[in-house]
Ligand binder design. Structure first.
Ligand code: ADP
Ligand code: ZN
Length: 747
């Protein structure tokens, strides 16, 4: 009887199984195919990794139960990619292979809850101006809150969603409906707004720089990696589209395009759809398990030849991949936050190598990792140094908040400086649009007692609670804990708690006060929990139905609206002092990206950045649009003490519910590793810590970490695998251990 070796998908161990294959199933149990195996008294899905191997000593083979695939679920290239990921991220192979497959194929899919309410609420009457709104909702604040919540999520939502996520009651919805402000429809199904969308067709002739980049890319050797460094608005998308044409139409191969998040980049996705129509499968997070499986099948069969999607689209089951494109390669969302903790940019490079494809990483603000790789000769650099169409880079002005004093009773002026107010007024007068960025959601970032200094904090996390309006509540941004706001101080009994720090909700209110006639849209996590909320908001901006778009970092990505002529950054300093070695890099990227939204059309544009640290290199270099100057100042800071990209990092995070046990386990892990290095003569790996994580407690779990810094990546991979497999921490309640290779955040 033939034998096979495989991995069971739910098993978090570095262990394979060996089974005998009944004659009848032999043709199907081939490498990459799924098999159903008896395991722990039940049935589990596994993937065959090899056939015909000898049985290991002392192992008796059992028979497999089923071989459901007529064709292997994973191609040879994807199996090899799995090996690479398992080794690099020290992640069990079963979990790695499981992450490559749609949930419907792994036995992990959960049935959709049945019998959920399907009543759709839609805004029936728009109330664009603040004055009209004040009149309509004079004595009905809860109706206003519900109406604004609905508006914020794009104007349509299921009743259940409004009730569960926004605390709206059924009575309020009925009242709004009775007044003709909203409409309700039974059993309505929300249409997939991505289906059938397309951008207006363009027939741009590539600029000289675009043509030069394409020339290199179409002649690149298999596995070559290129960093396409193109300033905002330089026309990177056209380069991607023409490269895809070459690979898919001329060469007859297939391709993968990664974007940070589909919902935030509908314009980019629309351009691909315009160019390639039905040959594209868009893998977005709102697909149901069934729809995802359909898309997966269409890609595997070759019916669709281009996969466009976020992080996990890198595992698209395409054969003969000729190009792998990673747009906005610097985005932190490419890193997966659970095992396997892969970075899709690095997996893209590995997959391109295994497939013999060209790999393109595009960004206006490349990660220092990629820049370092260019300097080390591991990537080519292609550059698009000028805007492609009619636009020119906008002038960036800094408003130094330390030199301005607003009257203490003028809250608007404290938040929006005079120059920013004037710029907004001028923009509105000309009938143009403005974008305002504040990378902090909620109303006030914390509440504090002015008498004793008490700050309301989360009972589960070591972080202060953020004040939110509509309904009024205090919210933890780490664990979603919510509580009603307090009137008095629980510590000293003081009568009033002050609200400190600024959030998008407050800016929305102040902008509304100052510019009551302006049509304002807010885009942040709180207004985009509905399925298609992002797309609805961005479509309204594109149609000219919004004068001012206000939001968090969500609004900084990829948007291309020619009528946006002003970008205002309300507070550039949010995040600049976080205790993370990438804080400056992230700040520079965010400022540069949001500045890049202005002046994309013939009308030009202007950017105002409010800051208290105008001399900080992240602010200074964003002001002059000078990426290379930023790198020149930032990179030396990564050398001593060394951080990525100068060394390779792995962050070991220990967490649990008892602080002393967590600390003991972190100490034990560090001791174990130090002894391993001494015993095995492992050199070139330094251990920093253990120390409490900057955010010490999250969701009632204490967190300690130690950081490993290695000169050589392969050594770090070997150490990781050994550690994850062998290290047994001392006993502790709910103790958990995470090996995070190439971490994007140390918080
Ligand atoms: P990026 O992604 O690099 O920020 P986009 O791909 O969004 O830039 O392109 C910016 C704008 O320039 C788009 O409106 C696009 O249609 C336009 N554009 C791109 N290439 C050309 C070209 N060769 N000629 C004219 N306009 C172009
Ligand atoms: Zn919390």
């Amino acid at each position: 009887m033939p034998r096979l070796v495989g991995v069971a998908l739910p098993v978090p161990l570095f262990r394979t199984f060996s089974y005998e294959v009944p004659e009848a199933l032999a043709g199907r149990a081939v490498p990459g195919a799924r098999v159903v195996v008896p395991l722990r008294g039940g049935r589990e899905v596994g993937i065959v990794t090899a056939v015909g191997a000898a049985l290991p000593e002392g192992v008796t083979a059992k028979g497999i139960l089923e071989a459901p695939d007529a064709e292997p679920a994973l191609s040879p290239a994807l199996l090899q990619l799995g090996d690479w990921m398992s080794a690099h991220y020290a992640a069990p192979p079963g979990l790695v292979l499981r992450s490559m497959l749609p949930a419907a194929l792994t036995g992990a899919a959960r049935p959709q809850p049945a019998g959920r309410e399907r009543t759709l609420v839609t805004i029936a009457r728009e109330l664009p101006s603040l004055t009209a709104r004040d009149a309509v909702f004079k004595r009905a604040p809860s109706q206003r809150a519900a109406y604004e919540a609905l508006e914020g999520i794009g104007g349509a939502a299921l009743v259940s969603h409004l009730m569960e996520r926004h605390g709206v009651t059924r009575a309020t919805i009925s009242a709004l409906a009775k007044r003709g402000l909203v409409r309700t429809d039974q059993e309505a199904v929300m249409r997939d707004p991505f289906a059938g969308r397309a951008a207006p067709a363009t027939d741009h002739v590539p600029t000289g720089a675009q043509a030069a980049a394409l020339d290199v890319l179409t002649r690149a050797a298999p596995g070559d990696v290129s960093l396409l460094h193109g300033i905002t608005g330089s026309g990177k998308t056209l380069v991607y589209v023409e490269l895809l044409r070459h690979v898919v139409e001329t060469r007859g191969r297939t391709a993968i395009v990664l974007v940070p998040e589909i919902a935030l980049t509908p314009q980019t996705v629309d351009r691909f759809r315009t160019a390639f129509g039905d040959r594209i499968a868009v893998l977005h997070s709102a697909l149901s398990d069934g729809e995802r499986l359909d898309a997966w099948r269409a890609l595997r069969s070759g019916e669709r030849r281009i996969a466009v999607g976020a992080r996990s689209a890198i595992f698209a089951p395409l054969r003969d991949v000729g190009a792998v494109i990673v747009d906005e390669e610097h985005e932190a969302s490419y890193k997966q936050g659970e095992t396997p903790r892969y970075h899709a940019r690095d997996v893209a490079i590995a997959r391109a190598r295994l497939e013999g494809a060209v790999c393109v990483l595009g960004s206006a603000t490349p990660s220092l990792e990629s820049w370092h790789a260019v300097e080390g000769g591991r990537m080519h650099r292609l550059s698009l140094p000028a805007r492609a169409g009619a636009g020119v880079l906008p002038a960036v002005e800094v408003v130094d908040l330390t030199r301005r004093r607003a009257r203490p009773d003028d809250r608007v002026a404290q938040v929006l400086s005079e120059p920013l107010q004037a710029a907004i007024a001028e923009t509105l007068d000309r009938g143009e649009q403005a974008i305002l960025l504040l990378n902090r959601r909620g109303f006030a970032s914390f509440v504090q007692c002015p008498a004793c200094g008490y700050v309301a904090t989360c009972p589960n996390c070591s972080i202060s609670l953020t004040a939110h309006k509509g309904p009024e509540r205090l919210v933890c941004h780490y664990c979603q804990h919510q509580e009603p706001p307090r009137a008095d101080c629980p510590r000293c009994g003081g009568a009033v708690l002050g609200q400190r720090g600024l959030g998008t909700q407050q800016v929305e209110r102040l902008v509304g006060e100052r510019f009551p006639a302006a049509r304002l849209a807010r885009m942040d996590v709180d207004t985009t929990s509905g399925k298609w909320a992002h797309v609805h908001i961005l479509d309204r901006v594109g149609r000219g139905d919004v004068d001012i778009l206000l939001g968090t970092q969500m609004i900084a990505k990829g948007l291309d609206f020619p009528n946006v002529t002003l970008v205002g950054v309300v507070d550039a300093d949010v995040g600049i002092n976080l205790p993370d070695f990438r804080a400056s890099e992230r700040c520079f990227q965010l400022l540069s990206q949001v500045a890049g939204r202005a002046g994309r059309g013939a009308k030009g544009g202007r950017v105002l950045i409010q800051t208290r640290v105008p001399g900080h290199h992240a602010v200074r270099c964003a002001m002059t649009h000078d990426y290379e100057a930023f790198v020149a100042e930032e990179l030396p800071g990564r050398e001593n003490p060394p951080y990525a990209p100068v060394v390779q990092l792995a962050n070991v995070i220990v967490s649990g519910t008892v602080e002393l046990e967590v600390r003991a386990a972190a100490d034990a892990a560090a001791g174990w590793l130090r002894r391993l290095f001494a015993a095995r003569d492992v050199g070139g790996v330094a251990i920093v810590g253990p120390a409490p994580s900057p955010v010490e407690r999250v969701k009632s779990r204490w967190r300690w970490h130690l950081l490993l810094k290695a000169d050589d990546g392969r050594t770090l991979s070997r150490v990781g695998r050994y550690f994850v497999e062998r290290f047994v921490p001392p006993a502790g309640r709910e103790l958990r251990l995470v090996w995070d290779r190439d971490p994007v955040s140390l918080l």
